[in-house]
Write a protein that binds this ligand. Structure first.
Ligand code: BT5
Length: 309
């Protein structure tokens, strides 16, 4: 969002402010204030102009300014009603030198999952990508995928939906996929240059529109439509906190996963491993006890078979 508009919203958050006072506080003309107010109205902010000045009556349900408004994480949000892929756009911003940026969209036409799979992204979802430049080695990258799963699960639980994490990147409700995460990065072994963590959350969408091997689900199907601004802010704030204190990610993930204790089948690029999921270890590898040995699996598609004895 434009910095000036963020400033204006911050000032209106505490109560009405007359136009001339805003102009003076921001050191701009009254005409410029009016232009910014009009732009905010166009974004869906209801701003009344009465005797006591401009008054903020309501914040839009979704959008860049709505997500940034009152957000206690240092992200700039770029919002699109329609885009190919937020991950692709975030990668472009990474190449242009940006950081701590979120690209969010209402609908994507070219959403991607892992291994270039298609990700269905109808209007009403939360499709976003977070661009970070954490000062950590490249091997730490999987931690950020787990952090995104934790942040998404916590935000969804705050809406009363009993979600859990399936290793490595799915947020599910009773075995149905509610959200997926796609992490992309560039860097040298000793340091990540940029990291883009894409989160796709089926929010206010019909679950029947969604593909998948098993039926997918959405927040609309689980609990009814939710306020995407609140949920996105909660998600981004938790994600930021975890990315700043990476030691807390694995313990938080263990508390929210449904994979540990399950009998699983994991398909990696080269083989299929069946066994009991007995642990997760830095930076996000699943430990599978096959009965004859304990295998450490760093990436793959995981299927829950039945709980381990
Ligand atoms: C994922 O891949 O789960 C990662 C999805 C990441 C999407 C976000 S949206 C914002 C950002 N921008 C992007 O372009 N991508 C990210 P994977 O584990 O490979 O799962 C992909 C599979 O999930 C597909 O092959 C389908 O079977 C299924 N699927 C597709 N769309 C779905 C949806 N909306 N809900 C549930 N399942 C879906």
């Amino acid at each position: 969002m434009q910095e000036r508009r963020a400033d204006i919203l911050d000032r209106l958050a505490d109560g009405p402010v007359p136009g001339p006072a805003l102009a003076e506080q921001l050191d701009i003309t009254r005409a410029a204030v009016w232009k910014h107010i009009e732009a905010l109205r166009e974004e869906g902010f209801e701003i009344a102009s009465g005797e006591s000045g401009y008054a903020l009556d309501s914040v839009p349900e979704f959008g860049g300014s709505a997500i940034e408004f009152g957000l206690s994480a240092p992200f700039t949000v770029e919002y699109h009603d329609l885009i190919g892929s937020t991950n692709k756009r975030a990668r472009e911003l990474a190449e242009a030198g940006e950081k701590n940026t979120v690209v969010a969209a209402d609908r994507q036409t070219g959403g991607r999952g892992r291994l270039d799979r298609q990700w269905s992204s109808p209007s009403g979802g939360i499709w976003l990508s977070v661009l970070l430049r954490p000062a950590v080695p490249a091997v730490h990258a999987p931690l950020f995928t787990l952090a995104a799963a934790v942040a998404t699960t916590r935000a969804v639980r705050a809406c009363g939906v009993d979600a859990t994490i399936k290793w490595p990147n799915d947020v599910q409700v009773e075995g149905r996929k509610l959200a997926g995460i796609l992490t992309e990065m560039e860097g040298e072994a000793d340091r990540i240059s940029w990291l883009v963590v894409g989160i796709g959350l089926n929010a206010n969408v019909d679950a029947t529109q969604l593909p998948g091997d098993r039926p997918a689900t959405s927040l609309r199907a689980e609990t009814g439509d939710i306020n995407r601004q609140d949920l996105t802010q909660h998600l981004l704030e938790t994600f930021w906190e975890l990315s700043e204190g990476t030691d807390s990610i694995l313990p938080a993930w263990r508390e929210l996963t449904s994979t540990l204790g399950q009998r699983v089948r994991v398909e990696t690029q080269t083989e299929e491993i069946v066994g009991d999921a007995v642990g997760i270890e830095f930076p996000g590898s699943l430990i599978v006890d096959t009965g004859t040995e304990k295998r450490t699996v760093s990436a793959g598609d995981c299927e829950h078979l039945r709980p381990a004895e």
